[in-house]
Every structure is written in structure tokens, then in C-alpha cells.
Design a protein around this ligand. Structure first.
Ligand code: AMP
Length: 370
């Protein structure tokens, strides 16, 4: 097996598990650096397969297909978290897996993720694990309301969540969630949602992109504003949290951390970690056009163990996601020369489906107050 400090050379094959837009944009960045990409996905004609050399179309628990994939790649990474950790553990016997399956296991499970943060002294919303309606009722009294009930696993883009109020019937809420295990989390009246993306090489070198503000619509990211309009010391604190988490996980690749910004009665700012993702992140798409190195190039550099690029921002940027039919307006979007359009090659628009995004560039400091 590869010496972890030996860089994986251009010409080698990067195996990506998951065939969505994050894999697609990673594959394009990998090709620019001279790497070849083999994607493993259950989806036919996936956004990633459209732009890479090889595609294995098979279920994530197809052991024979996984075995063959592992033998044909030089390094394995993934573009979304909900890959069975067992699949990834098996792959790690065949090729280096970056980030490790242990990182994946923490990010897949809200109980593990929050415990990991709290053990590092990093604040989160108050939370409690609940496994049945009775425990939910006890947690509602303990955490208080309003609160949010979230499935422990497989939640993304606000899915697998139920709002809890003082008069909510725990049995009904449990049924609405579709059963547990779950966590009850205090509802945070945040002023701002921000995120920070950190790249980390096998030798521990790290580089972070600017901290950005994220605004959601119906639980899905709508726009990212780069940089976030927050004091530098707060941005530095967010960055330090991302790096502390990446170091503690001994993560190789990218770590995106989403945080809530709040203020207490004394006016002190608090940063509460909401979620982490050990992969490129939607809130980092702005870096494709606004930074000297994009998150996708940085991801490839980190995973292959070569030197990281400078993450410096050269343009203020607002990224807007294009959901469903928004993407049909591509001609109108392109008619503005300051818009950089990125489409994911998905044929059918479906409700809430991410079809592409636009990065709108501004000279530094001229970004409109959104
Ligand atoms: P998540 O899937 O946990 O990232 O949640 C999706 C979105 O729901 C977040 O980006 C927030 O806008 C909102 N949200 C999640 N948890 C909370 C919370 N505890 N308090 C307030 N808003 C939340």
C-alpha cells in the first residue's frame, strides 16, 4: 500500500464514491491536474460519470463490484456521506481511503458528530438523543421548546426534521419523523448561518477558505455570500474551529463546517456547530470563480497528498443555487457577462433538485449588501 506521505502522482486513478454534482466538479478539477477518475455510483448516466474515464454502476453494498473498484484505483474518496461505512472500511483494505471511514462514521451520525464537537469544547445547540416518543416527551421538558427533532442518520437539506412546539404531541411528532433513532435539538434564534471549509493533507498541513454566509429556503441552501459580513475575529474563530475538528479527526481531504452565529445577553458572540461534511460542500461552490484555488482543486490536492494551492479570494462572490426549473433560464443567466454558470448535466428537473448554480463576481469590497 502507498506510503501516506508519498504524493499520488498525476496519471494515477482517483476513485470517487457517489456520482452527483460534487463528484462531477471534483472529476473536472482532477482532470485539469492530470489525474484519471473512476466513479462508483448506483445511478446510470450520473453527473459524475458524464465527465470521467470509468464508471462502475452498482449498489453500494455490492461486494464484488466494490472489490473490483478498489483494485483499479490508486486512492478512494467520496462525494457524499451516506455511503455505508462498511463499504468504505472494506475499501480501505484495498486502497488508501481519504478521508478515512472513521471520519465518515462521525459525520453520518448526529449523536457521534455532536459528541465529537462537545468533547473538543466546541459549542452546539443543546441536544439529547431520543429513541421513542416517551424519551421525546422527557427531552422536550429538558431542552425546552421550540426545538427540532432530527433523525440521527441520513438527514440532509433539512430532510428528516420535525419542528417541535410546546403543544406538540410527542407520539404524532415521532410518527411524522418516521421513527428514530433521533435527537432533539434546541431551536436556535441565530443571526446568521456561516460555514468554513478546511483542506488538510496527509502530513497535517491545512488551508481554509474565507468564512461565508449561507441563506436557506425551505431547508435548502439558496445563496452563499463570500465573504461573510462578520468581524475578522469571529471569522478567525470559525476558522480555528474548522481546523481543530479536521486535526482531531486526522482528516485528509476537505472538512466543511456549518455554524450558527448568536449573541448572548452580554453581547458576546457565540459560534455553534450545526453540521459537518467531510467533502466538498455546496457553500464552497463560489471558490470556483472567486478564489485562486477552487474547493474542488484543493480537494484533489489534499486527497492526492500534493502541495495545497492558495485559497485566497480574488473576487467577492455571491453563489445562487439553481433548483428545478431555475436551470431552464440558462440563456438569461448567461446574457449577464458577470454571471458564471455551472450546470450539472441532470436531465429532469424535480422539486428541490439541485440542477446548477451561478457565481456572480464583484470586485473586492463592492459586493452589494444582500
Ligand atoms: P441541517 O440539515 O441540520 O443542516 O438543517 C437545515 C437547516 O435547518 C439549517 O441550515 C438551519 O437553517 C435550520 N436548522 C437546523 N437546525 C436548527 C436549529 N437547531 N435551530 C434553528 N434552525 C435550525
Amino acid at each position: 500500500m502507498q506510503d501516506p506521505n508519498e504524493p499520488i502522482k498525476p496519471g494515477s486513478v482517483i476513485g470517487i464514491i457517489g456520482g452527483g454534482q460534487l463528484g462531477r466538479m471534483t472529476a473536472v478539477a482532477a482532470a485539469e491536474l492530470g489525474y484519471r477518475v473512476h466513479v462508483f455510483t448506483p445511478e446510470e448516466n450520473s453527473p459524475t460519470a458524464q465527465v470521467c474515464e470509468h464508471a462502475t454502476v452498482a449498489a453500494y453494498d455490492d461486494q464484488d463490484a466494490i472489490e473490483a473498484f478498489g483494485q483499479n484505483v490508486d486512492v478512494v474518496t467520496f462525494e457524499f456521506e451516506n455511503v455505508p461505512a462498511e463499504t468504505v472500511r472494506h475499501l480501505s483494505q484495498l486502497a488508501p481511503v481519504r478521508p478515512s471511514w472513521e471520519c465518515l462514521a462521525v459525520s453520518q451520525d448526529r449523536v457521534k458528530e455532536k459528541t465529537f464537537c462537545n468533547d473538543l469544547g466546541i459549542e452546539t445547540a443543546p441536544w439529547k438523543e431520543v429513541t421513542n416518543p416517551m424519551e421525546l416527551s422527557v427531552a422536550m421538558a429538558e431542552i425546552g421548546t421550540p426545538a427540532v427533532l432530527k433523525t440521527t442518520r441520513m438527514g440532509y437539506d433539512g430532510k428528516g426534521q420535525v419542528r417541535i412546539h410546546a403543544d406538540t404531541d410527542p407520539n404524532q411528532a415521532w410518527e411524522q419523523l418516521g421513527g428514530g433513532p433521533a435527537i432533539l435539538e434546541g431551536f436556535i434564534n441565530f443571526e446568521l448561518e456561516i460555514s468554513v471549509i478546511t483542506a488538510r493533507r496527509p502530513n497535517g498541513t491545512m488551508a481554509s477558505f474565507d468564512v461565508v454566509e449561507n441563506r436557506h429556503k425551505d431547508g435548502v441552501l439558496d445563496i452563499t455570500i463570500a465573504p461573510a459580513d462578520i468581524p475578522q475575529d469571529l471569522a478567525d474563530r470559525a476558522c480555528a474551529i474548522g481546523q481543530k475538528m479536521a486535526d482531531a479527526l486526522d482528516l485528509v481531504g476537505l472538512l466543511a463546517v456549518e455554524l450558527f452565529v448568536t449573541h448572548d445577553d452580554k453581547g458576546n458572540a457565540h459560534l455553534l456547530v450545526n453540521e459537518m461534511a467531510p467533502r466538498p460542500h455546496n457553500s464552497g461552490h463560489w471558490t470556483q470563480d472567486g478564489c485562486k484555488t477552487s474547493q474542488f482543486e484543493q480537494f484533489v490536492r489534499a486527497v492526492t497528498g500534493v502541495a495545497l494551492g492558495t485559497p485566497q479570494r480574488h473576487c467577492d462572490t455571491v453563489m445562487k443555487n439553481l433548483l428545478d426549473a431555475d436551470a431552464l433560464l440558462w440563456e438569461q443567466q448567461l446574457s449577464d457577462p458577470d454571471n458564471k454558470l455551472h450546470l450539472y448535466g441532470k436531465s429532469e428537473p424535480r422539486t428541490g433538485r439541485k440542477m446548477g448554480h451561478i457565481n456572480r463576481l464583484y470586485t473586492k469590497g463592492s459586493q452589494p449588501k444582500c
